[in-house]
Design a protein around this ligand. Structure first.
Ligand SMILES: Nc1ncnc2c1ncn2[C@@H]1O[C@H](COP(=O)(O)OP(=O)(O)OP(=O)(O)O)[C@@H](O)[C@H]1O
Ligand SMILES: [Mg+2]
Length: 367
């Protein structure tokens, strides 16, 4: 048997997980034939021993009937295009997305998802093409926050089409799994799923893709920082010190991987109260505070519930701006159940305005 014939036979062996054969990948470096013995030199740069074993076995099967001895020497010279990616022509991730911004915190329940949804709407109101991706695989919130209860459709080339809401493109694991499915997944699977949300979702052209991260510094955060070039991260904090210690961990993680922290948002920063009194009172006193009353008798007051200034301290330590302070507000909470973020309302109130200001700052920072 001639070398050419051997090569022809080897062309039938696909590299595991790929639709391309080992010859066209350039993995077959040398073939030497002596009588009925053949020695093949292979260069497979993958670290995956299982795949290497599969290739070796396939070669032995293919050539076993033509040669009495099939010897395979594995080399690893680091090929020009090692097939470590899922596709032979790896598509750059999120090619048509100008900026990727993560909304993160070290601690859970501080309001990341609420802020991500409101910020997305605020950015969208400013004419930006926005995508919003809920990466909280264990507890997706966006289906509820945005009142979405549909399953995404697929394109012809099997990509998921994000749902369209308030002019934004939205994707959440909750759309696929259903809101009630408890998901207990191990790290590697979570990482793969996360990557698929970038590769296998038809995001199209976007100005900004906002990522609603799960709390902490786990597998998803790790995958992100390894796979993506993020424009920056927005860190959400609450005014309490304990929350801040956790936030620091998150911020430090982004620092380590050289992702700029765009700023800090302090959420549940005081309690927003409003009410109406007799308009003849131009001032009233609540909890020892003198509060002005407008000509219709309406007053607005922010009561500090915790020690104030946590967000400010943290942003100073990080050397980044405090983008805004959002008070605890019943309206914000109720808007969650309604599935309409407050920034989507026609008349933007004071809290909505804080979001709009944060959006403006983000736009000017990244542009
Ligand atoms: N400013 C606010 N005023 C009132 N309620 C708020 C405010 N921000 C968030 N909430 C409420 O707090 C709860 C937690 O918020 P959210 O789900 O956004 O936090 P999270 O940080 O995304 O949580 P997780 O870490 O679990 O993902 C929700 O019920 C939300 O409606
Ligand atoms: Mg969340």
């Amino acid at each position: 048997m001639e070398k050419e014939q051997v090569l022809e036979k080897l062309r039938s062996i696909k590299y595991p997980g790929f639709n391309r054969d080992i010859v066209s990948f350039g993995m077959v470096k040398d073939i030497s034939i002596q009588a009925s013995d053949i020695t093949l030199e292979l260069n497979i740069s993958s670290q995956n021993e299982e795949k290497k074993k599969l290739v070796v076995e396939s070669i032995k099967n293919e050539l076993g009937s033509d040669f009495t001895s099939v010897k395979i020497v594995l080399k690893n010279e680091g090929m020009k295009s090692p097939p470590t990616q899922k596709s032979p022509h790896p598509v750059p991730i999120l090619e048509n997305v100008k900026h990727v911004i993560a909304i993160a915190s070290g601690k859970g329940g501080v309001g990341k998802s609420t802020i991500a949804a409101n910020l997305a709407c605020a950015l969208s109101r400013q004419g930006k093409k926005i995508g919003l991706l809920d990466l909280d695989i264990y507890g997706p919130s966006l289906p509820i926050l945005l009142g979405l209860n549909e399953q995404p459709k697929m394109t012809q080339d099997n990509k998921l089409i994000p749902l369209d809401k308030f002019g934004m493109k939205v994707m959440s694991f909750g759309f696929i799994s259903g809101n009630d499915t408890p998901v207990i997944w191990r790290g590697p699977l979570v990482s793969r799923m996360t990557e698929q949300f970038f590769r296998d979702v038809d995001w199209g052209e976007l100005d900004i893709l906002l990522l609603d991260l799960p709390p902490g510094t786990g597998d998803i955060q790790l995958t992100l920082t390894q796979k993506l070039r993020m424009t920056g991260a927005v860190i959400v904090t609450t005014p309490q010190d304990i929350a801040l210690a956790d936030v620091r961990k998150g911020a430090d993680m982004f620092r380590k991987v050289k992702t700029p922290v765009l700023g800090v948002v302090e959420n549940m920063s005081g309690l927003a109260l409003n009410g109406k009194v007799n308009p003849t009172d131009s001032l009233i006193e609540i909890n020892g505070k003198i509060v002005p009353v407008d000509s219709d008798g309406v007053f607005n007051l922010k009561l500090d519930l915790f020690k104030v200034g946590g967000g400010e301290q943290e942003s100073k330590r990080l050397g980044v701006p405090l983008l805004g302070q959002i008070p605890f507000s019943e309206k914000v909470m109720l808007s969650t159940d309604e599935g309409i973020p407050i920034t989507m309302e026609e008349n933007i109130d004071e809290i909505g305005q804080v979001y709009i200001d944060i959006a403006t700052q983000i736009i000017s920072t990244i542009e």
